[in-house]
Design a protein around this ligand. Structure first.
Ligand code: HEM
Length: 467
């Protein structure tokens, strides 16, 4: 299990397609696979469950008592206060900041590519994970803080990675070392945490000095958040710090990972990429995408959903502990049982997804047969569903569309598709290095293209072999 957790759970699901009970190191764990059971656990039984304590202990080291970590009345209060800042309408207000961050990063890259001889038609090889980390980091800095003070974001990206890796090693230990321990790994985690705490502290200080400037950023939203049940009550200073930290960390690594896999799939499936490029050119006509225009890009949206199906970035968060006896289907699960939900396996079930390992975005086109509820849940479902899901889908859509406007992505000849590496997020086991080729200015689509895009299912593209 430890060597290949996903391989183990995949085998388990093949033997027991709906639900499986296993004993691991004295723990009784139920793996839930059937979408109906997924919903029974995450939606119907949510009151009787808490997050796996070991995960929350580990996350609390860097995310304190934030909405990702808390339970019960404290979680309910925090979620009530934050939720209004993450509705689709509210999130659409961050689109301008997101597009600016993306434009800046991609235009810098385009300049770099040009300088390296693109004029002669050469390709530029790029580690897309590093590139997407840069872009999403800038997006979260701008959306979180408005005008941020960060000149060089690399130490921040490094600090998040260090904490993420440190966190993952801790999941498999029965307890965490105290943060003062003079061990090299703890020392590195401590330094990383100090870097992020300084960033958050500085920006909260600046925002408080500015007062309520009506800024449309996430930090202003957090500062002004009020409990609807006690309208005078806002977040305490510590809560404000912790919520800002969770938005910063959760809002960046998962999106970067999602975009990395999506870029790889685009390079690997040029026929799908071509369709999406036509669609993007026709609808956007060279303009930056907006929430409204993204809604008219069904192939782009479907390709993102399909990429999140094959490679759901958040791999661990959805494990729960039963606080009392519960029923799941015909089964009684006793108090104390751990319940594991593994979207990577649930979302590759051949009963709901024909040729489940193939990349087929048309599964998610508007007129495709409906996917059973609970079978696609990269953001979870139920009351604890990812609060940032609309934010993430908007951010990924904007970045993906703008990338398509500027570059062709090519898979390097002879390179193998990377295996998955399960850390806190589900990343490629080796760097996803792609060949980027700068596009000429996006041309307006021909009338035939317009026709094809108006009817995206006219010739369904079926592609196979993601690996
Ligand atoms: C592709 C990007 C993302 C993915 C795949 C993702 C996935 C998830 C998942 C699976 C959960 C746990 C759901 C559960 O336990 O049932 C979660 C929780 C959470 N996510 Fe995301 N997330 C993403 C982006 C974001 C962004 C952009 C933000 C914030 C700006 C964010 C903030 C949070 C928070 C605060 C929670 C805890 C919610 C709670 O427990 O009430 N996430 N996310």
């Amino acid at each position: 299990m430890r060597q290949d957790y996903l391989g183990f759970v995949t085998q388990l699901q093949r033997q027991h397609p709906d639900i499986a009970h296993v004993h691991v190191l004295g723990e009784r764990v139920t793996h839930v696979f059937h979408p109906d059971y997924v919903r029974e656990v995450l939606v119907d039984q949510s009151d009787a469950l808490i997050r796996w304590e070991r995960a929350t202990e580990v996350f609390s080291v860097s995310m304190g008592q934030s909405v990702l970590v808390t339970e019960g009345a404290q979680w309910q209060r925090q979620r009530r206060m934050l939720q209004p800042g993450f509705t689709p309408k509210r999130v659409a207000g961050y689109a301008g900041l997101m597009a600016t961050a993306t434009r800046t990063a991609l235009d810098a890259l385009a300049g770099q590519v040009q300088a390296q001889g693109q004029a002669q038609g050469q390709t530029h090889s790029a580690d897309v994970e590093a590139l997407m980390t840069r872009v999403t980091l800038d997006v979260i800095l701008r959306t979180l803080f408005g005008q941020h003070q960060v000149q060089d974001a690399r130490p921040l990206a490094q600090a998040i990675q260090t904490l993420s890796h440190y966190g993952y090693t801790q999941f498999f230990m029965p307890f965490s070392w105290p943060m003062w321990m003079p061990l090299p790994a703890v020392r590195r985690a401590r330094a990383a945490l100090r870097t992020l705490n300084t960033l958050i502290g500085q920006h909260i200080g600046l925002a408080q000095a500015r007062g309520d400037d009506g800024g449309g950023d996430l930090l202003t939203m957090l500062r002004l958040a009020r409990d609807p049940e006690q309208a005078t009550q806002g977040l305490s200073a510590q809560e404000l710090h912790d919520q800002t930290m969770v938005m910063f960390q959760a809002g960046h690594e998962t999106s970067a990972t999602a975009l990395t896999w999506w870029c790889g799939l685009m390079a690997r499936h040029p026929e799908v990429a071509r369709r999406i490029r036509h669609e993007v050119d026709t609808v956007l006509q060279g303009q930056d995408p907006t929430p409204a225009t993204l809604a008219h890009l069904p192939w782009l949206q479907a390709s993102i959903k399909e990429s999140l199906r094959l490679y759901p970035p958040a791999a661990i968060l959805m494990t729960r502990r039963a606080c009392k006896d519960i029923r799941v289907g015909p089964w009684r699960l006793p108090k104390g049982q751990l319940i594991a939900l593994t979207p990577y396996v649930i979302q590759r079930d051949a009963r709901w997804f024909d040729h489940p390992d193939d990349f087929r975005p048309e599964r998610f086109l508007p007129d495709a047969p409906e996917v059973p509820r609970g079978a696609w849940a990269p953001f979870g479902t139920g009351p604890r569903v990812c609060i940032g899901q609309h934010f993430a889908m908007l951010e990924i859509g904007l970045i993906a569309a703008m990338l398509m406007q500027r570059f062709h992505l090519h898979w390097p000849q002879g390179a193998a598709w990377p295996a998955v590496d399960l850390a806190v997020s589900l990343r490629p086991a080796k760097a996803m290095v792609l060949n980027l080729k700068l596009r000429a200015r996006p041309s307006l689509a021909s009338p035939q293209d317009r026709q094809q895009i108006a009817d995206p299912t006219a010739s369904k593209t079926s592609t196979s072999g993601t690996s």
